[in-house]
Design a protein around this ligand. Structure first.
Ligand SMILES: Nc1nc2c(c(=O)[nH]1)N[C@H]1C(S)=C(S)[C@@H](COP(=O)(O)OP(=O)(O)OC[C@H]3O[C@@H](n4cnc5c(=O)[nH]c(N)nc54)[C@H](O)[C@@H]3O)O[C@H]1N2
Ligand SMILES: Nc1nc2c(c(=O)[nH]1)N[C@H]1C(S)=C(S)[C@@H](COP(=O)(O)OP(=O)(O)OC[C@H]3O[C@@H](n4cnc5c(=O)[nH]c(N)nc54)[C@H](O)[C@@H]3O)O[C@H]1N2
Ligand code: SF4
Ligand SMILES: [Mo]
Length: 590
């Protein structure tokens, strides 16, 4: 059977993000959601093994029967399985076609592979064993008003309970956030690849080796940065400048196209506080917050009271536009199902209607009846304050940045009638920070190439997927991202072939690709740092427990010292980065 293969978030995949060494993560990313009618055609049932083949490769998935997807579509939770069959062409944008692959689905008896098996075949090493939590210190109690270092909502009301310096619960956090606070998928000493396995080493040795790899590379790539602090990001930019490397962050594969759209047509933005107090029309377009940003609706947009919205969701109209009937769509006042890749046409049609040109609109656009479009345009025009939230359903489907540009132009048009805003649903807790620090220090938001001695930016050329798939990078530093799980197969194979350094508190699938993995204290749990919420509000993350580990900033400062030739300066004495505000230490227990 021919099918459109599309991928994205599920709540269970998100809950497993910090347990990638365990089988449950692979079980979730090895599923595929498919319409019961298609299952019937394949003579298969729920739980059957399905082989999905594309021009890139084939992988086995376990079928989950779901009416949420239309016949002819297979939805795969984002992860190593989906990326094993994805080509790496970004069409000059930096962002792969995560939402748009064409393939064939057939029944098979073969079982699905684990994420680690996929990476070992790509040239990676087997999973190292997690180390037990060192425990020890006598720190027991609760820290309140903690920020959650998981998604762009940056919820700041988490109550973290601690027993013997270990987190035992994260109250108020959603299941994604709690998963991170409670994860034990850790190592506490650096490891270096040794044949088929791993050898432990000291921090000084690991930092020195990493610095030497980067210093001697011709075209080093420094990728990630969304899972770490703004202070660490600034240090990364200094390293990139020093070694004349390319520094890129997760935006290039995520909301980078939103940024290009904003560069072309501006950003009618607003804070989440404004939405909470004022928004009476809330639209999630190509975004599924119930599974990707689980507290967004209850804290900021829908199920909350605001100064001018005193009756919670009864004062607001919630609209969802998606190709699937997502869990968010199921609770919306209106769900509008759009054909995959139809967004540009629909935004254009809405612009024409708002401009008074409804008569030129055909009876349906991208599967949406004209009457529905007229209704939506009218709802938006009559809104007192409209909030359009855009997800990666727009940036990773055909049209990419042009979809977002057209959405902004629609919002512009609506601003002739009322107040309307657009906010990209930024993913990681500090991916927005990467764009702030990169723009502030280099003039460009991601994909910055220092090889000419001055910053140069060209998405599609100086972005991670393009550099890796063209085998251009000859060494890579990965920090605060997991390309092993999340980049197309060709990129992963190249990462396994070049010296790759991973700086990560947790075991990630990129560990499999690493020459060296340097564990660090986790920002927002074991060390402080600045994060930028999705609406660009900077917030200071707390340190709730102590860890006998260096921070990202210390490791990067140590590397910078070595690269600058001050080799004797060991990591324990690494200079405090200039950009860091004074530490307030470990948060007080309530
Ligand atoms: N559970 C969980 N949560 C996460 C993450 C995670 O890995 N797991 N990652 C975080 C990150 S990095 C990000 S960027 C955010 C992303 O958060 P979201 O933007 O919500 O991400 P997705 O679920 O990938 O895609 C959103 C929706 O786009 C729809 N879609 C696909 N194609 C099209 C199309 O052509 N048009 C339209 N209109 N819609 C389409 C999909 O059906 C999907 O429901 O989530 C963050 N939160
Ligand atoms: N098939 C498919 N693939 C996709 C997508 C899709 O929709 N479909 N979506 C794409 C998108 S939008 C994105 S953003 C990427 C996901 O982007 P990734 O960045 O790969 O997502 P995570 O797996 O959450 O990786 C975050 C990493 O940061 C680490 N980390 C956490 N805290 C800290 C810290 O304090 N310091 C350091 N140094 N590291 C830390 C975590 O352990 C983890 O390894 O996936 C992309 N890939
Ligand atoms: S919504 Fe996001 S920031 Fe808030 S608790 Fe959940 S994962 Fe954390
Ligand atoms: Mo993302």
């Amino acid at each position: 059977m021919q099918a459109l293969i599309t991928s994205g978030r599920t709540i269970r995949q998100g809950e497993q993000l910090y347990y990638k060494d365990l089988p449950e993560y692979s079980r979730e990313t090895g599923r595929c959601f498919i319409n019961p009618v298609d299952l019937l055609e394949l003579c298969a049932e729920e739980g059957a093994n399905l082989r999905i083949a594309t021009e890139t490769g084939a992988e086995v998935f376990v079928a989950t029967s779901s009416d949420d997807v239309v016949p002819g579509t297979a939805f795969i939770p984002c992860g190593p399985h989906a990326n094993a069959i994805l080509h790496a062409d970004t069409h000059g944008t930096g962002a792969p076609d995560y939402k748009w692959m064409v393939g064939t689905v057939t029944r098979t008896e073969a079982p699905p592979r684990s994420g680690w098996e996929i990476l070992i075949e790509a040239g990676g090493t087997a999973c190292p064993e997690a180390s037990p939590h060192p425990g020890g210190q006598d720190r027991t109690g609760t820290v309140r008003d903690v920020l959650c270092p998981l998604c762009g909502c940056l919820c700041d009301d988490v109550a973290v309970r601690i027993v013997d310096n270990a987190v035992v619960s994260a109250d108020n956090a959603c299941s994604l956030g709690s998963g991170k606070f409670l994860s034990q998928s850790r190592i506490y000493e650096p490891i270096v690849r040794d044949g088929e396995g791993w050898r432990r080493t000291g921090f000084d040795d690991a930092v020195r080796r990493a610095a030497e790899i980067l210093r001697s590379a011709e075209r080093p790539l420094l990728f990630g940065w969304s899972g770490t602090s703004a202070e660490a990001q600034c240090l990364g930019i200094h390293i990139a400048e020093e070694i004349r490397g390319v520094i890129d962050n997760c935006s290039s594969i995520c909301h980078g196209p939103s940024i290009i759209g904003i560069q072309e047509s501006g950003h009618p933005g607003s804070t989440l506080g404004q939405m909470k107090n004022r928004a009476d029309v809330v639209i999630y377009w190509g975004s599924n917050p119930i599974e990707s940003h689980p507290r967004h609706m209850s804290r900021y947009t829908t199920f909350c009271n605001g100064k001018y919205r005193t009756n919670g969701h009864q004062d607001r109209t919630l609209v969802v536009v998606d190709i699937r009937k997502t869990d968010t769509a199921k609770i919306a006042d209106e769900f509008i199902r759009i054909k995959p890749g139809g967004d540009y046409a629909v935004f254009s049609a809405l612009r024409a209607i708002v401009r008074g040109q409804a008569d030129i609109i055909p009876p349906s656009v991208a599967g949406i009846p004209k009457e529905k479009l007229l209704w939506l345009a009218d709802l938006c025009k009559k809104a007192k304050f409209g909030a359009l939230f855009t997800g990666i359903g727009l940036t990773q489907s055909p049209g990419k940045y042009k979809n977002v540009r057209c959405a902004i132009q629609l919002v512009d048009e609506l601003n002739r009638h009322t107040k309307f805003t657009l906010t990209p649903m930024r993913g990681h807790w500090n991916v927005n920070g990467t764009n702030q620090t990169f723009s502030y220090l280099t003039g460009f938001p991601y994909g910055v190439d220092f090889s000419r001695g001055i910053p140069y930016y060209n998405p599609g050329e100086t972005t991670a997927v393009d550099m890796l798939s063209k085998k251009e990078a000859d060494a890579c530093l990965i920090i605060g991202a997991d390309p092993g799980a999340h980049l197309p197969r060709r990129c992963v194979e190249h990462l396994a072939a070049i010296p790759t350094i991973v700086i990560d508190p947790y075991i990630s699938l990129s560990t499999a690709l690493a020459e060296i993995h340097i564990p660090v204290a986790c920002v927002g749990i074991e060390t402080e740092g600045i994060g930028y919420r999705m609406d660009s509000v900077p917030l200071r993350m707390k340190k709730v427990i102590d860890a006998d580990l260096p921070t990202d900033e210390q490791v990067l400062s140590g590397m910078l010292s070595y690269i600058r030739g001050a080799g004797a300066e060991a990591i324990s004495r690494a200079a405090a980065p200039r950009c860091a505000p004074p530490s307030t230490g470990t948060a007080r227990l309530a």
